[in-house]
Design a protein around this ligand. Sequence first.
Ligand code: KG4
Ligand code: ZN
Length: 359
Amino acid sequence: MDQTKIYILAIESSCDETSAAVLCNEEVLSNYIANQDIHFKYGGVVPELASREHQKNIVPVVDQALKQAGVTKEMIQAVAFTKGPGLLGSLLVGSSFAKAFALALQIPLIEVNHMQAHIFAHFITDAQIKTSSQPSRKIGTGTPKEREYGPDFPFLCLTISGGHTQIIKVSDYYTTVLIGQTLDDAAGEAFDKTAKLLGLPYPGGPLIDQHAKTGNPEKFKFPHPKIDGLDFSFSGLKSSILYFLRDETKKDAAFISKNLNDLCASVQHTITEILLAKVEKASVQTGIKEIAIAGGVSANSYIREKLQEKGKLKNWNIYIPKMAYCTDNAAMIGIVGYFKFLKKDFAMQCTAATARWEL
Ligand code: KG4
Ligand code: ZN
């Protein structure tokens, strides 16, 4: 076997996506994702149903990932899996599968933190990234990079997902420090809860993004939270939107439908301003101008656009992951698995999934 080529099977099952990927070193050979439509009618993820769906999906999803990669299970040298944070019943399915697979093939098991994986998605390469004319996806005019893909160390990553909102300082492949986080709701929750108030189905984030494209971001003003340091808060925004809509619909029952696009654009604009103000503060405090975003909410087109604008203004190098690696996927688990493999940082069979796991 070619020892310079490390084949890793990665499993992600922290929430409502069952995903398996095969990587050869940093390169993604396959990244198969099964979404769970069953939650739509409940307006949010139902943990018990998510766990049962993972049980149905996990074997065919892994089978597909191996087939698409053109790799046999005998070629796999390690199995990386999401240990946490996430829904415990969901994590248990992926972790049990990974443990059994590693035991059967007598290969190492690697546990991965889901939030670290969102950040490390920046180091992924794939056939498309390799042939892209802008492989590093770098915007700005900072110093040239040593590596072809992803940010230079140290960099700051704004990780925005359905459950987390964090600013992380990443010093090397193995050192991450949390320097700011939300004190209540995550940015994704702010999108999803607003969408619910506007009568949009779950998950509302992508729908707000769509409606906002033809809306006026300056039409309605919502207050910004006054939170010290690099921390965030989104619960006040949710309340002010709730009271604003209640008052306006009392005057005109059709207020939401008449103003839907402007409401979406204005809320999205407010969330974006709150996020980017803290990133700017973090950059000033740390002196770091390598700025990355990650997590499901980093798929938002307005946040991507505004971050690029700010990057040009502030002379930052901006790193935005490819869409496929923003929302939950196993490829990002595999890239952390690869770096842990190089350090021989392996887990024991007695390892257990955990709903909470700080970076
Ligand atoms: O990272 P992720 O896939 O799962 C978690 O780890 O939570 O993030 C899911 C979140 C949801 O809140 C979803 O509404 C949000 O990402 N999201 C978006 C967009 N695409 C996904 N929010 C705003 N705009 C989008 N385009
Ligand atoms: Zn996630």
